[in-house]
Write a protein that binds this ligand. Sequence first.
Ligand code: ATP
Ligand code: MG
Length: 265
Amino acid sequence: MDKTTIFLSTSLKGGVGKSTVAANVAFQLAKAGASVLLCDLDFDVRSLDLIMGYEDALMFDISDVISGRCKYSDAVITDKRAENLCFLGAPYKFSNDLSCEDFANGIKKIAEERSLDYIILDTSGADTFMLKCALAASSEALVIASHTPASLRGAQKSAELCEKAGVRPRLIVNNFDYSSVVGGKRLGMIDMIDTTKVPLLGVIPYDDRLIYAQERGILAFGDSFISHKAFENIASRILADKTGQRYVPILKGVKKINRRKVLTK
Ligand SMILES: Nc1ncnc2c1ncn2[C@@H]1O[C@H](COP(=O)(O)OP(=O)(O)OP(=O)(O)O)[C@@H](O)[C@H]1O
Ligand SMILES: [Mg+2]
């Protein structure tokens, strides 16, 4: 694979699964053989280290690396489950001595020096300084929404910000609740694409096992997670952009979802 592709995981709505998607898509990309760096740019909340199960392993963070206070190799954590997955955490306390441009250039420099295939930047649910930095560093966006009207509005706004910054947005519908769509209570996929006006990259079912696993730093891996295949499909579609292979169908192997029924209400 050639140049590093830098993604941000974003939505202006909180709690829709930005960090969950960033962590699990990064993991699946690494499992598929790509070299991946996952970065926590949600400096206010810093939840990605917990989701990844690295809580006590962090000594330095991404701002230390970019401002030259430590070496990349001192700050980066290599995942034990996928050796080509690395992680840079967010600072415990952030003193803002760097400009947005410094940050974006720092991330791009890491991309160049480390010959990574992908960098995934997790951002917060607000239009913060760090979101601007992430937009300046990235060329692609994973815009996360669930099928509530408020989150779709958040996704639409996020996509507008991405387009303004020259970043290509693609929609990931998370927490997809099959029964509520079939029962006519919630929007189907075509309505969601129409509402957000963002092309669809993936659909992740609501997976209650994921919630408890995540509290213990366990990622969605294995057949006991109904979301596992959905993350795998998203990673496969991202990889296909570089390899030129055909996209796998969005719901390939995802249990309990009937493709035809979920397209419309
Ligand atoms: N597909 C899913 N099925 C069930 N629960 C999910 C799913 N995706 C995420 N969650 C749960 O939703 C909650 C919020 O997820 P997450 O922290 O990833 O959201 P976020 O958008 O990053 O939030 P924030 O805006 O606070 O950064 C977590 O408890 C997570 O386990
Ligand atoms: Mg988050």
